[in-house]
Each structure stands twice: as structure tokens, then as C-alpha cells.
Ligand binder design. Structure first.
Ligand code: DUC
Ligand code: ZN
Ligand code: ZN
Length: 493
């Protein structure tokens, strides 16, 4: 049977190898990878291009109400269009339960909105804020059965925070169900106490956000989250790692064999706390939680990505406009406590890392693919369908022009934010064609995918929960407490 599409003469990189070959695609799947394939009905010449798996962004906030009750600026249309223009073909965004919400209703609502608007494939992590018996015994198992095999919990924010007892309950249940727990690790009371003192003394400007969210608040909470994970041997993934000490704590725990994984994001490589020290409210454009820190922490995050301590590189795209709808609810009088928390990054995540990681010689192209696609797929139960260029996988592919130089400006981007914290930065290397399940999404700056053409991808058991290392839940302690193994096997001693 003839190929629907061929991508020929390109240089293909996966997480484990780079080679020259042609790709044959039928009905949205890759069915052949070999040199000299005959041209398909549509034939793309990829000479001079790097042919990479489409990026997977496993941490982004789309059409979501924040913990402070603010609707973010991107809906499932603008958010996925922006992702696609940056070379991303799958997103995992959040379906957020607020304290009194019914989980099935929350999930149905996100499904409905995403199905109507997304132009690339998507899945959800559940944000769990009210882990009562029904949530843990009925709703969470149902969500996992329906392909939502990860959840995020918070150690801070008044409206989202769980205490340690609740975190243990959630982690234990997630372990039993084979769901991965993502942790927002910051010490709530440290932040609250410092913020209160700052505001009392009239320190309200955006730059005080980073003072309130001291690096120690992140390090302490990360250490505690890891201790909880070790106590009951359930894996935990620390999201948006910002500070050097936090990277060190995670690396040390991993060396001890603790079930801890971690993620970082562009803002922790390319921004610093001092960026928010600008006149007026301008600094609000650089405020997210945890905040970017300093050059030393940037270095530590690079090192953590390179040595595998930090296994996934996501955007944490949290889009808020620089107006009353987002960053400035009280205009110039907005305090750092009142502005919406987060920075955009869904479109620039890959170009920034491609340019500063691969083109500058810091990391190999294979490492880039692992950090931006393959590891996300394995970790979150999307593999083998997503995350690699392989026979049988979805034809989610981005063609990169390594010579193209782009000067970043907000007007170039496709999100609905209106500014970018990376304004003026020069990037070398850009995705010029993006395919999702073998259909064009982006071709030379033009969007070709229709609204609503993205599909929900139900996910299986996250990779880390399938490995032998997570069989460690045994021994007297586990027996006494009736803890079940997180790997789902019967863990013979
Ligand atoms: N946590 C996130 O994951 N994103 C934006 C803000 C936050 O606190
Ligand atoms: Zn968070
Ligand atoms: Zn986030």
C-alpha cells in the first residue's frame, strides 16, 4: 500500500540514536523507517532539516482557573496552536478540582472544552484539592481507568494546599492505583510568614514575590515530599525545580534509591529573580512560583538536566495577561500577593532549549529529545505511542531548521498573553513543519490544523511505576500497614 505521507532525506534523532532515513506514514502512524522509501502521496523533502519526535509538554495550564480563582489567558485553541508552532504535538495540562468541585464534573468539563478546541493531542493531570473518601476510593480509580494516570497536589496556596497527612493518603492511593503524583513543593507557612512581614513593611512591588518564595521554602518542602515518598515507597515527581539546593536534595535522594523524579522549565534556565526588579509593575511579567533564582541556580538546573537528576523539561506555561484579567487585578496598586502567578513558555520551550542546549554544544540532540519528548512519554504512560520516531508510533514529527535565527518578540508568538519574558532574545534553530498523527499542523508559519482536531490520549501506567525499583514496598513496615506495591505486581521477596 502506498504511503499517505513520506518525510525523506532528513536526519532523524530519537533519545537513543541519530540516523539518516526516510519515514513512511499511513493512517497517522509510522509504518516504515528506511533509506530510499518511495515517495508517498504527499512527499516532504527534509534535506538540511532535523527530524525529531514532536515535543510533549507535560506541564502546562490551559483554560484553567488558578488557585487564586483567575482564569488563564489561553484556551484550548490558542494554547495548543501556540504549542504546535513551537514544535510540540502533545500536551498534558491540568484539570483542576477546586475545594467543593465534583471530580467527575471537573473532568467532563475539561474534556468537553478541549475536544471542541484543541489542534494537537492532549491528556490531563487531575489537580486534587479535596481528597475525601469518595475522591480516593471512587473518583480517582475511575479517572485512572479512564486514562488520567497522574495527579498534582500542592503543599502551598490556601485554596489548594494539602497537609502531610492528606499527602500520604493521596500518595498511598496513587501508588495502589498506578498513578503518578506530581508535587508542588514549597513550604506554605514560610512563604506566608515572610510575605506578611514584607507587606506590613510596605514592600509590595513584584520583586518581593521572589523574596517571599525563598529558596529554602522550596528546598524544605522538597525534602519533606521525598521523606513522605520514602516512608511509603511511592514515587513522587517534584515539578518546576528552581533552586540549586533543591537540585542537590533530589540528586542525593536519588543516590539513596529514593523514588523521586523531577522536572524543570525554561524560566529556571533563562530567567533570574533580578529580572523582576523593574520600575512600576513591569517586574510582574517575570513572576512565577517557585520564582527563578540566580546564575548559580541556573547552572545547577542545567547540570541536573544534563546528568538526569531532572528527567523532564516542561514549560509550566501559566499564561496571564499584563492587565486586570491576570497580573494586575488592582492596576498599579496590585501587590505581589495579588498578581496571578506564572509565566508563558509553551511556544518557546523547545526553541530555547534547542538553541541554548543543542546549538551551543551543552547537550546532545538525543538528550534534547529525551528531555522534551521521550522521557515525558515514558514517565506519563504515553509510550510507545508518543515520544519517539518508531514504526507503530503516531506520526507526531517536527522538522527543525538548525540555521534559522529568530529574534523573539511577543508579536511572533501565538498565545494570548501579549508579552513574553524572553523578548529580544536571539534563538538559533526553529521548527518549520509540524505533523500530528501524520497531518500537517504547521507548515512554514501557517496553521493547517482545524480547531477540535486534537484527540484525548488515554494514558496507561506511568513508566516509573512499572519498574523493579518500585517493587520495594515490602517488609514488615508495609505488611503492618497493608501497603500495596506501587508497581502493581505481587512483589515476591
Ligand atoms: N504552580 C504551577 O505549577 N504553575 C504556575 C504557578 C504555580 O504555583
Ligand atoms: Zn506548581
Ligand atoms: Zn504549573
Amino acid at each position: 500500500m502506498a504511503f499517505d505521507l513520506t518525510i525523506r532525506n532528513g536526519r532523524i534523532s530519537n533519545a537513543d540514536a541519530t540516523f539518516e532515513a526516510d519515514i513512511g506514514i499511513q493512517q497517522g502512524r509510522i509504518t516504515a523507517i528506511a533509506p530510499g522509501l518511495p515517495p508517498g502521496r504527499e512527499d516532504v523533502d527534509a534535506t538540511g532539516r532535523w527530524v525529531l519526535p514532536g515535543g510533549i509538554d507535560s506541564h502546562c495550564h490551559i483554560e484553567q482557573l488558578s488557585g487564586m480563582g483567575v482564569m488563564c489567558a489561553d484556551d484550548f485553541y490558542s494554547g495548543t496552536v501556540s504549542a504546535a508552532f513551537g514544535g510540540t504535538t502533545t500536551i498534558l495540562s491540568f484539570a483542576a478540582q477546586h475545594r467543593n468541585d465534583s471530580i467527575p464534573e471537573v473532568l467532563a468539563d475539561y474534556h468537553r472544552r478541549a475536544a471542541e478546541k484543541a489542534v494537537i493531542d492532549y491528556g490531563f493531570h487531575l489537580i486534587l484539592t479535596h481528597p475525601d473518601e469518595q475522591a480516593l476510593r471512587e473518583h480517582l480509580p475511575r479517572a485512572v481507568r479512564d486514562g488520567i494516570s497522574s495527579l498534582k497536589v500542592y503543599m502551598t496556596y490556601d485554596r489548594l494546599k494539602l497537609d502531610d497527612y492528606q499527602l500520604l493518603d493521596v500518595m498511598d492511593t496513587a501508588g495502589e492505583l498506578g498513578a503518578l503524583v506530581m508535587m508542588h513543593a514549597e513550604n506554605h507557612d514560610m512563604i506566608r510568614w515572610v510575605a506578611h512581614r514584607l507587606l506590613e513593611r510596605g514592600h509590595t512591588a513584584p520583586r518581593f514575590h521572589a523574596v517571599a518564595h525563598d529558596a529554602l521554602a522550596e528546598t524544605e518542602a522538597t525534602h519533606r515530599a521525598i521523606a513522605l515518598a520514602r516512608l511509603i515507597d511511592v514515587p513522587v515527581l517534584i515539578v518546576h525545580v528552581a533552586g540549586r539546593e533543591t537540585v542537590d536534595v533530589i540528586r542525593a535522594a536519588q543516590k539513596l534509591g529514593a523514588p523521586v523524579l523531577a522536572e524543570s522549565c525554561p524560566q529556571y534556565l533563562f530567567l533570574e529573580a533580578r529580572n523582576s526588579d523593574l520600575a512600576g509593575m513591569e517586574g510582574a511579567k517575570f513572576c512565577c512560583s517557585p520564582p527563578p533564582r540566580d546564575a548559580d541556580s541556573q547552572q545547577a538546573v542545567w547540570q541536573g538536566l544534563l546528568d538526569g537528576t531532572l528527567g523532564v523539561f516542561s514549560s509550566d506555561h501559566a499564561p496571564y495577561r499584563f492587565d486586570a484579567s491576570g497580573k494586575l487585578p488592582k492596576g498599579e496598586a496590585t501587590t505581589f500577593k495579588e498578581m496571578a502567578n506564572g509565566v508563558p513558555g509553551i511556544e518557546l520551550r523547545l526553541p530555547l532549549l534547542f538553541s541554548e542546549g543543542v546549538m551551543s554544544g551543552r547537550m546532545s540532540i538525543e538528550q534534547f529529545v529525551a528531555l522534551t519528548a521521550t522521557n515525558h512519554a515514558r514517565l506519563y504512560g504515553l509510550a510507545p505511542r508518543k515520544g519517539s520516531i518508531a514504526v507503530g508510533a503516531d506520526a507526531d514529527i517536527a522538522l527543525w531548521d538548525p540555521q534559522r535565527v529568530v529574534e523573539v518578540s511577543a508579536g511572533l508568538l501565538h498565545d494570548n498573553v501579549g508579552y513574553t519574558p524572553y523578548e529580544g532574545r536571539r534563538i538559533t534553530g526553529w521548527p518549520t513543519m509540524v505533523f500530528s498523527r501524520g497531518r500537517y499542523v504547521v507548515r512554514d508559519g501557517e496553521l493547517l490544523a482545524a480547531r477540535g482536531s486534537g484527540e484525548f490520549i488515554p494514558r496507561g501506567r506511568p513508566g516509573v511505576l512499572r519498574t523493579a525499583a518500585s517493587c520495594a514496598r515490602r517488609g514488615e513496615f508495609s505488611e503492618l500497614l497493608g501497603l500495596k506495591p506501587a508497581c502493581g505486581c505481587d512483589h515476591p521477596d
